[in-house]
Design a protein around this ligand. Structure first.
Ligand SMILES: NC(=O)c1ccc[n+]([C@@H]2O[C@H](COP(=O)([O-])OP(=O)(O)OC[C@H]3O[C@@H](n4cnc5c(N)ncnc54)[C@H](OP(=O)(O)O)[C@@H]3O)[C@@H](O)[C@H]2O)c1
Length: 260
């Protein structure tokens, strides 16, 4: 790990989608560097397991919320307002991914992605309002996607990518609007990263080899790990990135530079 010991001491991070994959890895790096973390996920068992695993490293709280359920989002927003007004870091990592041709998308498929964006918008608004009121500044990192920059024939994802392109745009707008309050807002656009998200459409026993099939797609020669993304995210959350805002960083093994 490259972040300094205790670099995040006294700072609280909220990770929406912090129970596995990139969100979990980011929470792990922050608590290991002295910060506190609040992790949010939909599956209570996963939430309990992730909270227990992180608790050995630092102070962690878990909150169950389903971003596709407006009432659940309202409750979470209330918890953020009342219990976590001191958070100066937010990571929006919640997401689902199920490639499907454009002509086969149903309204439910579309809503699945857009409801996560809607929730992200209002959760971010609540956290940013707290940051403004707290007058200590803050840092927000949104996990976007390489698929919002370019389409990949093997993984057609029109609605998913439309949502992620919106998240990239939100990043730019908030970077601009919140800069006067000392709040930086950036996004990361990963290519293929080995996480449980692929279990949503590939049988679990086949996921490892299916993802490995994408190694050569990346100029660097391998798919990414959650830790690859966490390294970038924790840098963007840190004061070391104090002059970076409104940006969308390609953390993609070189895919946006070119393909093998
Ligand atoms: N892995 C990749 O190759 C890749 C590439 C580009 C971008 N991304 C993006 O990276 C982000 C992180 O994904 P990951 O790959 O780390 O996958 P992951 O391990 O499946 O993590 C996704 C997280 O989002 C949470 N989540 C999903 N739907 C939710 C909902 N409706 N309400 C509340 N929480 C919800 C999950 O919690 P539960 O399990 O409890 O639902 C989990 O904590 C996502 O936004 C994804 O789109 C991934």
């Amino acid at each position: 790990m490259t972040i300094a010991e205790q670099e995040f001491k006294g700072r609280k991070l909220i990770v929406i989608g912090g129970t596995s994959g990139m969100g979990y890895a980011i929470a792990e790096q922050i608590v290991s560097a002295g910060g506190d973390a609040v992790i949010v996920g939909r599956n209570q068992e996963k939430l309990d397991a992730a909270s227990a695993a992180l608790a050995g490293k630092g102070t962690v709280q878990g909150h169950e919320a389903d971003l596709s359920d407006a009432q659940s989002v309202e409750k979470l927003v209330e918890v953020i307002r009342t219990d976590h007004a001191d958070a100066t870091m937010l990571v929006n990592a919640a997401g689902v991914f199920a490639p499907k041709p454009f002509l086969e998308h149903t309204p439910e498929d579309y809503d699945r992605y857009m409801s996560i964006n809607r929730a992200t918008f209002f959760i971010t608004q609540a956290v940013a309002a707290n940051m403004v009121a707290g007058a200590k500044g803050g840092a927000i990192v949104n996990i976007g996607s390489m698929w919002a920059h370019q389409a990949v024939a093997a993984t057609p994802s029109s609605a998913y990518s439309m949502a992620k392109a919106g998240l990239h745009s939100l990043t730019q707008h908030l970077g601009m609007e919140l800069s006067a309050n000392g709040i930086r807002v950036n996004a990361i656009a990963p290519a293929v990263v080995r996480t449980p998200i692929y279990e949503g459409f590939i049988p679990r026993e086949e996921v490892h080899s299916a993802i490995s099939g994408f190694d050569s797609f990346h100029p660097i020669g391998r798919v990414g790990t959650p830790e690859d993304i966490a390294e970038v995210a924790t840098f963007l959350l840190s004061d070391r990135a104090g002059w970076v805002t409104g940006s969308v960083w390609d953390a993609d093994g070189g895919v946006m530079a070119g393909r093998n």
